[in-house]
Structures are given as C-alpha cells and as structure tokens.
Ligand binder design. Structure first.
Ligand SMILES: O=C(O)CCC(=O)C(=O)O
Length: 330
C-alpha cells in the first residue's frame, strides 16, 4: 500500500525560510473547509437567537448565510455584533470555540504533512489558535503590525513555531487579507508596544526597518499562508460587504518548550526556561507523534476538556503570562 504525503517541496521550505512566508493554494479540501463554515455558522446563529430571546437584537439575519450573517447584524448595530463575537470568542484567552469541524482542520493530514516538512515528525499543536470573523467596519477586525513571538514568552523567540493562516472565504485585498514583511524574520524579535488599536500589540512604524516593503498575500479558499513566529504581519479594514472569516493555527516541534504533558499545577513560573511553555496560559497538545502515538489527541472532546481544564486552573497556579513590552502610553 502506498501512502500519499503532502510534504512541502524543498523549494517551498526554502521560500518560507528565506522570505518568512509561503502561500500554498489548494491544500485543504472543500469538505473540510465547509465543515468549519457550517459549524461556525451554527454557532453564530445559535448565539444570535440566544441574544434575540434576551432582547439584545431584533433580526438574527439567519437567511444571510455564513459569509453575511454577522455583516448584516453589524449593519444593524456594530455594538451588538461586537457582543456576539465576544460571546463566540469566550473569555479572553480561552481559545474560543472548539468542535469537530475545527478539530478536523487542526489535524488535517495535508496540513500536518506540510508542517512535518518544516518542523519534523513530532508535532505539537500550539495552545494559541484563533478564529476570526473580520466584519466590515469592525475596529477589532484590523490587526496592527506584530510578530506572533511578541505574544509569546521571550525564550521562544529562538524557536520555530509555524502559523498557518487559513481563510474560510477567498481572502482578498478588499476583504482584508494579511500583509507580511518578507525576510526580516531573520533579524529576530522587533520592539513591540502594548495598547495598539483594539488593544493588540503593535510594532510602531519607526521600529520597522525602513528598507522593507510589505506585501499583501491574498489566499484563495482552501489555501494556507504559512509564516514563522518572527514574520511581521498585519491586516487592515474589511472594505467588502461580507465577513472575512479565518482561522489561525500554530504548530511546533516537540523539542520546543510546550506544556502538552503538564497539568497547569505542574507549570510553575519558577521553572527553568526550558520547562515553561511558549504560551503558558493555554494548553498545548500532541497532534502527531511517531515515537509515542498513544499521546496523540484524536478527538475534539478530549482537546476541549484539556484546554478548558488548563484555562480554568491557570489563575490558581501562578502560570506566567508573557508580558515584556512597554505601553504606547508610557
Ligand atoms: O486574521 C487577521 O486579520 C490577523 C491574524 C494574525 O495576526 C495572526 O494570525 O497572528
């Protein structure tokens, strides 16, 4: 029996290493993307109906479909749309929605094969994954310039953590695809500030090297934008009439610091650097492990339980929170 793998070619791996990003079209099949769309559509609709019964909104716009329902709700009231999105995202830092559709995307064999060619066969799913409905006109929809490492513990700057940015609609310049600054990931971490727009971290314009040119990276549905944790990226306003939905997932090798094997109570702030996960407040998880296959998480309920348990216990166990940048206001 032959098994097909979807490893990246040596040229693709080299492009990511040289440029800091790589866009691969047609990596994820339509059924998987549609599974995520349908799941999120149900979450949005159920939340809209709950808010309607609480008297918080009048029209759920249930017929508008996945790409437009939140845009129509936002057209009626941006405040209501923001509250709805906040409910979907859950408590800050909890990671938000997890269900079978998102889980199948997270461990999609083509995605894991591609990741394997970048980080090796022992793959940890980084605790930080996010689902983003970028609604036209939503202030929080635009994300200022940052490197993902800016959000992580400093000792992980030297590690390779791959971000996979996966749109659930065609991501275009009009609806707010990502922009990246090529090549500068090789220079390490840049200075960030807290308190950027919508309270994101931000790299000030003056801290971005002057001889660089950002480029837009449109990604068709089914495609994936791979970036390193040191690749500066940003996204701007959605000027279309629909929601630019996307999911960003992160992966790392099992030799990089992670907390996949630790209970929150074992993740102490006075541990040696190497024992502290790159993002301690949330739980990492084993996705592919040829050496210890019994550790792989194979169903979404187990992952949800693991992450919920970690999240609930994080305050009681003094888990360190990455916090190393000055405020814009200082
Ligand atoms: O989806 C966006 O607009 C921003 C995504 C982002 O900043 C990230 O994936 O780190």
């Amino acid at each position: 029996m032959t098994t097909t793998t979807h490893q990246l070619s040596p040229e693709q791996c080299q492009h990511l290493r040289d440029q800091g990003y790589l866009m691969v079209p047609n990596l994820i099949d339509t059924a998987t993307i549609d599974g995520v769309r349908q799941e999120l559509n149900e979450v949005v609709d159920a939340t809209a109906h709950a808010m309607k019964s609480e008297g918080q909104l009048v029209d759920t716009h249930s017929d508008a479909g996945f790409d437009r329902q939140l845009a129509r709700i936002a057209h009626d009231s941006m405040d209501t749309a923001s509250k709805l999105i906040a409910r979907i995202e859950g408590d800050a830092g909890s990671g938000g929605h997890m269900g079978p559709g998102v889980f199948e995307l997270l461990r999609h064999p083509c995605l894991l094969d591609a990741i394997e060619s970048l980080v090796g066969p022992e793959i940890i799913g980084s605790s930080v994954y996010r689902i983003r409905p970028k609604v036209p006109g939503l202030i929080r929809g635009a994300v200022p310039w940052h490197q993902d490492s800016g959000y992580l513990m400093g000792h992980c700057d030297r590690e390779l953590i791959i971000t996979c940015w996966i749109p659930l609609v065609d991501a275009t310049i009009e609806n707010g695809c990502l922009y990246v600054i090529p090549q500068v990931h090789k220079n390490g971490i840049m200075k960030h500030h807290t308190g950027g727009s919508a309270n994101y971290l931000v790299i000030k314009d003056e801290d971005i090297p002057g001889d660089t040119t950002p480029i837009a990276v449109p990604v068709p549905k089914g495609g994936v934008l791979f970036m390193t944790n040191l690749t500066p990226h940003a996204s701007f306003t959605n000027a279309s009439d629909h929601v630019r939905w996307s999911v960003d997932l992160r992966y790392q090798n099992a030799n990089t610091p992670h907390n996949a094997d630790l209970l929150p109570s074992e993740s102490k702030s006075d541990s040696a650097d190497v024992e502290i996960a790159c993002y301690p407040p949330e739980a990492d998880f084993v996705l592919r492990s040829p050496s210890q296959p019994n550790k792989e998480i194979r169903d979404w309920q187990t992952l949800k339980q693991l992450r919920d348990r970690h999240f609930i216990n994080r305050h009681t166990n003094q888990i360190p929170f990455p916090d190393r940048w000055p405020s814009l206001k200082a």
